[in-house]
Structures are given as structure tokens and as C-alpha cells.
Design a protein around this ligand. Structure first.
Ligand SMILES: [Zn+2]
Length: 426
């Protein structure tokens, strides 16, 4: 073996092969490998990564002779696929000061987002869906992590969300003059204008259309949490997005808003707080998934009553708290797909993995919770052949930590090492 190594080095030294012809291998020694949420940890293994992809997986830890390779020793750690969060707001941090919209330019979101991208990746999240940012800041961030200029997860970005005029996601709470100045340009009225806004978002770079189908908890509008778009508007948004090859994610709390969004063919319901049996039946029939974001409510409850939120927001929080998690329990019983998403940005980025235990508390098995953040989330992104598992040809999105998450999902709250697309995050 030593001779083989020597031969490789001398061959290179003599310049007999152009360096570009030799792909640099990263050889990862793994203590305990969990390739898939449906599998059991299989003990020691060796993963060979080349050009950002998983090139080979070998059982056991026998040495690999490759003098040109980088060796990464994770022989005391469990390694599994990187986690996926389908609902984050990287370009923002938690806080109740809604007036900051008047003082912070959209570009500032890129700076905040660069910080949060690193924190999120270090927490074990190698892919995130950006669920709404100020103007186009998430698109720059997406390019930054894709090109490796800033460390962070793969980003699937919505960009600005579509909202009704004055509804959740639009600007409210200021004088009308100021509201008009601050609006993102993505509010719409009627099927025709809403279709136009979907096309505009697509042209600007949206990879997923985000809409606020119902009222929301943290905005200044005070007319409850039920449907804001009409059924015709939602139908138009879903049909237009699908015609462009884009999915739609709908923020929705109230039951009738959830039901209307699912009926319109919207792909995922975000929060889904007050989903009742009728709404969940339509979700099941349409293959609509729920993205619970239980961490959002945990984060908000930690800030309640401290003068952080305005009275109109505090009222909506108190109206919601008793309900949190009930719809998730019912959705699971009824066979509605549940995919992992947290609403990070409403709480501090980096705490995303705490959602897993909240899902288990709501009735998911540990294995189901882990699948929701890997294979199930990958499928929601139509990326199930690229991410969410450790398999040959898949992106080298890997995390390492101590212990077995199938016995305790909280093991995933402390991640020791992360690789995104073959790049080590440090
Ligand atoms: Zn959100």
C-alpha cells in the first residue's frame, strides 16, 4: 500500500497527468452511518466525496489508499444526511419593532442573512427554503452560498411573498402614505393581477411562490387569522405557478383559509394552526403537505408579555397558543404528509432542530420526525434524487454528531461537523 502511495505521488510529481484530470477525493471515516431516515445506523463506514457529490460508500473502516485525498476523521461520530428546513427567514432576526421596516433597507437583509446562513448550516441544516424576504435579498444570499462565497446551506428562495392589500405580508400599521411607500409591490387583487404577480416573482428569481393565504400573528393587521385571498385568487396563483413549474407555499392559520388553499391546489400549508377535520380531508385528498413551524410559537411565547409585541399582536398570540400542535396530531392520524419547517427568524436562527422534539411531542414517531426533515422535505422540493439521503450520486450534504437520533431526536440539537455540497462549514 505504501508503495502504491509512493507511486501516485511520484507520478504526480513528474507531471505525467495534468492535475485537473485527478478529482480531489475527500475520504470521510464514519463511526456510525445512518444513510436514510428509514434505515438503522449501520456502524463504521467510509464515504468518498468527489466534486461535491457522494462518489462511494464502503462498509467498515478499512484504510483507503489515495495520497491525493483529504482525510476527514469522524470515526467517533454518527453521520447522517444534512437536515432540511422548509420554512426559514434568513434575512431577518426576531424582534417586535415593526417600524424597522422604515429604517432598514432591503440590502441589509443580505448582511443579516449571511450571518444567519452560517448559524443555520452549523446547526445541521444543509438546505433551507427561504419563505419570504424583503424584496430580492434572499436571491443574492442564495447565490452567495451556491458559489461558496459565503458559508451556508443550499437556499431555495421565494423572494417577496404575495399578499392582499393591507393583509399579512403586506405593510400595515403606518399611515396610508407610509404604507404605500413601503409596500413590496407583490400585493394583488383579483385572479388576473394575482397571476401577473406570480409571473413577476418568477421573472425576478423566485423558485417557489409564497403567499399569505390568511391573517398572520405577527403583523399589525387586526382582523383575525382566517382567509384573506379569495378562492378565485388562490386558484389563479396555484395554476399560474404550476404552469411555470413552481410550487406554492401558503402561510395559513384559519381552518377555512387552509381548506380553500388546499382546494386551490396549493402545495404546502405553512403553520396550519387551526386546521380542522374538513380542512385536513381536503389536504389529504389533494396531497397537500403541512409544514407545522411549532418552533415559531415556542419562540413567540418566550417573548410574550415583555412589551416586545404591540397589543394587536399580543391578542393574536394569546388566541393561538392553546391550539398549537393539535392540528399536527390530527394531520398525522389522518395521513396528511407532514414536512419539517420552523419559521426561524421568528425565533433565533440556529435553534431549528428543536422543532424535532416538538413534532415528537405532537405525536410523530422519532423516525417520522427525522424523515420529515430529510426524505419528506426533499420530496417537497422535488429534490429527492439529490438530497435527504446518503447515497452514491447524491449531494455531499452531511452532518456529524454524538449518539443515535432514532433513540433521541434531541441529539440533533448539537451538531459537531457539517458539509454542504462537499464544502466543510467552519
Ligand atoms: Zn414565516
Amino acid at each position: 500500500m505504501i508503495r502504491a502511495l509512493g507511486l501516485t505521488i511520484s507520478t504526480l510529481a513528474l507531471g505525467m497527468l495534468p492535475a485537473t484530470a485527478i478529482a480531489q477525493n475527500q475520504i470521510i471515516r464514519v463511526g456510525n452511518l445512518l444513510t436514510d431516515a428509514a434505515a438503522q445506523p449501520s456502524g463504521p463506514a467510509t464515504i468518498i466525496v468527489r466534486d461535491g457529490k457522494i462518489a462511494e460508500i464502503r462498509n467498515g473502516s478499512e484504510p483507503v489508499s489515495d495520497a491525493n485525498a483529504t482525510i476527514i476523521d469522524l470515526s467517533t461520530k454518527t453521520v447522517m444526511p444534512g437536515l432540511i428546513d422548509l420554512h426559514v427567514h434568513l434575512t431577518g432576526d426576531p424582534g417586535g419593532d415593526f417600524w424597522k421596516e422604515t429604517t432598514e433597507p432591503a440590502e441589509w437583509g443580505v448582511v443579516v442573512g449571511a450571518k444567519n446562513a452560517l448559524v443555520t448550516a452549523k446547526a445541521g441544516f444543509t438546505t433551507v427554503r427561504e419563505a419570504g424576504s424583503s424584496q430580492y435579498s434572499a436571491f443574492s444570499l442564495r447565490r452567495g452560498t451556491a458559489e461558496g462565497i459565503i458559508p451556508g446551506p443550499r437556499i431555495i428562495a421565494a423572494g417577496p411573498a404575495l399578499a392582499i392589500i393591507g393583509g399579512h405580508g403586506d405593510v400595515s400599521g403606518f399611515t396610508e402614505d407610509v404604507n404605500g411607500l413601503l409596500t413590496s409591490g407583490y400585493s394583488c387583487t383579483g385572479a388576473v393581477e394575482c397571476a401577473a404577480k406570480v409571473r413577476k416573482a418568477s421573472r425576478a428569481g423566485s423558485e417557489i411562490i409564497k403567499i399569505t393565504a390568511t391573517g398572520g400573528v405577527l403583523s399589525q393587521q387586526g382582523r383575525g387569522l382566517d382567509a384573506q385571498f379569495t378562492s378565485e385568487e388562490m386558484q389563479s396563483i396555484a395554476d399560474t405557478a404550476h404552469s411555470l413549474g413552481l410550487k406554492v407555499m401558503a402561510h395559513a392559520h384559519g381552518a377555512r383559509g387552509i381548506e380553500a388553499a388546499a382546494r386551490a391546489g396549493i402545495d404546502t400549508i405553512e403553520h396550519g394552526t387551526f386546521a380542522d377535520e374538513a380542512a385536513l380531508k381536503v389536504m389529504k385528498a389533494n396531497g397537500t403537505a403541512m409544514v407545522p413551524t411549532l418552533m415559531a410559537f415556542k419562540g413567540v411565547s418566550e417573548r410574550l408579555g415583555k412589551g416586545i409585541y404591540t397589543p394587536v399582536v399580543e391578542d393574536k398570540i394569546r388566541m393561538t397558543m392553546g391550539q398549537v400542535g393539535k392540528a399536527v396530531t390530527m394531520a398525522r392520524q389522518m395521513g396528511v404528509p407532514i414536512a419539517f419547517g420552523t419559521d426561524a427568524g421568528v425565533f433565533d436562527h440556529g435553534r431549528n432542530a428543536e422543532e424535532l422534539q416538538l413534532m415528537v411531542d405532537a405525536g410523530l414517531t422519532r423516525r417520522e420526525a427525522i424523515a420529515s426533515a430529510t426524505t419528506v422535505a426533499a420530496k417537497m422540493l422535488d429534490m429527492e434524487n439529490e438530497i435527504g439521503r446518503i447515497a452514491v450520486g447524491y449531494s455531499a450534504d452531511l452532518i456529524a454528531f454524538d449518539g443515535n437520533p432514532l433513540e433521541d431526536v434531541r441529539k440533533l440539537e448539537k451538531i459537531d461537523w457539517v458539509m454542504v455540497r462537499g464544502r466543510i462549514i467552519d
